[in-house]
Design a protein around this ligand. Structure first.
Ligand code: HEM
Ligand code: NAG
Ligand code: NAG
Length: 316
């Protein structure tokens, strides 16, 4: 088992080296900023570390923002664009207003523009920041290839492509399948809910639904949270700032917060995967980092298909 995993890691490493680092003409690759901005990675990492020391809850914000970015129009920083007088951007979609961490990206961008103007894309900064946040919170360390360019489209109506918290396992498998993910990768990625919170408006549907596989004690907890209003926050698991497998243990206790969380344990198609991750955190970490690398490479806009924004909130 262990040897097989190790071989797997070596193989992946070798493949990324071959495809990117050494022959790196087209496509994303590991050494993308080696010549043009060698300190890009440490600058982002230091910025993220400083921000998270101040506010550990922002780790969740950065990871979620990267997910929303990649699922709409590919990983092209479309999620970072502000609305203008003729365009309402993704970030102003009412249901998605709880995205957090924009200032961290702005801060990293400002420093990078001083060091190497016009070189490091906002999409790459966001992907690096999400990776640094995972590690900072205690999750796996991994490397992501770079070379994404920033897009110019960000439209509120595109956010219907995000999964809704009321989806069941088959719908989630289908939706993630459309982006090329297996059911196992979808469950691993959902494990990002080991960090952060959901607001009452995202789960109150469950309080009136009697067939929703909800532990009765936990149902009382959710009702109590909701008694403080739609924006009241409920942590996904008891350790909201630690990247661990407590989320999967919560699903086993029927104490998942969203319908889309609990369905992963309720459905026979994904229950085994949940049990595996609840039992073996190392396996969750391994699958999570692989799935995050894959997610970070969704439809990148390479070369002349995009630009490097000077300000992550505005197209050039
Ligand atoms: C499987 C489908 C998914 C659904 C339906 C979903 C839905 C949601 C919802 C409704 C919230 C709470 C928003 C709020 O009430 O303010 C949330 C939070 C969050 N999501 Fe997901 N999500 C999914 C997958 C993912 C993935 C793939 C990631 C990252 C890899 C992710 C990362 C997060 C994080 C970290 C938070 C907490 C944010 C915070 O505390 O600020 N989610 N998600
Ligand atoms: C999941 O949702 C779809 C669409 O609402 C429905 O057709 C299907 O029966 C549901 N599956 C389960 C297992 O509940
Ligand atoms: C995950 C989520 O809540 N997505 C919503 C974002 O906003 C749009 C528009 O209001 C909704 O259609 C999505 O369901």
């Amino acid at each position: 088992m262990v040897i097989a995993k190790l071989l797997g890691v070596l193989l992946v490493l070798e493949m990324t080296m071959m495809s990117g680092f050494w022959f790196g003409a087209e496509g994303l690759n590991m050494g993308y900023y080696m010549m043009s901005c060698p300190f890009a990675e440490p600058i982002v990492r230091n910025t993220v570390t400083r921000a998270l020391q101040n506010d550990p809850t922002l780790a969740a914000g950065l990871i979620r923002m990267h997910f929303h970015d990649c699922f709409i129009e590919g990983c092209d920083a479309s999620v970072l664009l502000d609305s203008t007088k003729d365009n309402t951007a993704e970030k102003d979609s009412p249901a998605n207003l709880s995205l957090r961490g924009f200032e961290v990206i702005d801060d990293a961008k400002e420093q990078l523009e001083r060091q190497c103007p016009g070189v490091v894309s906002c999409a790459d900064i966001l992907a690096m920041a999400a990776k640094d946040a995972v590690f900072w919170a205690g999750g796996p360390v991994y490397d992501i290839p770079q070379g994404r360019k920033d897009g110019t489209r960000s439209k509120i109506e595109d956010t219907f492509n995000l999964p809704a918290p009321t989806l069941n396992a088959s719908e989630l498998i289908k939706m993630f399948g459309q982006h090329g993910f297996t059911a196992q990768e979808m469950v691993a990625l959902s494990g990002a809910h080991t960090l952060g919170v959901a607001r009452c408006s995202s789960f109150k549907n469950r309080l009136s639904d009697t067939v929703d596989n909800l532990d009765s004690g936990f149902a009382k907890q959710l009702s109590k949270t909701c008694s403080a209003g739609d924006n009241a926050e409920q942590p996904f698991d008891p350790t909201r700032n630690s990247f661990d497998n407590a989320y999967f243990n919560a699903l086993q206790r029927k104490a998942g917060v969203l319908t889309s969380d609990q369905t992963l344990f309720a459905s026979a198609r994904t229950r085994g995967i949940v049990n595996g991750y609840a039992f073996n955190q190392a396996m969750f970490f391994f699958d999570f980092q692989q799935a995050m690398v894959k997610m970070s490479m969704l439809d990148p806009k390479e070369g002349s298909k995009g630009e490097v924004r000077g300000n992550c909130r505005k197209i050039n």
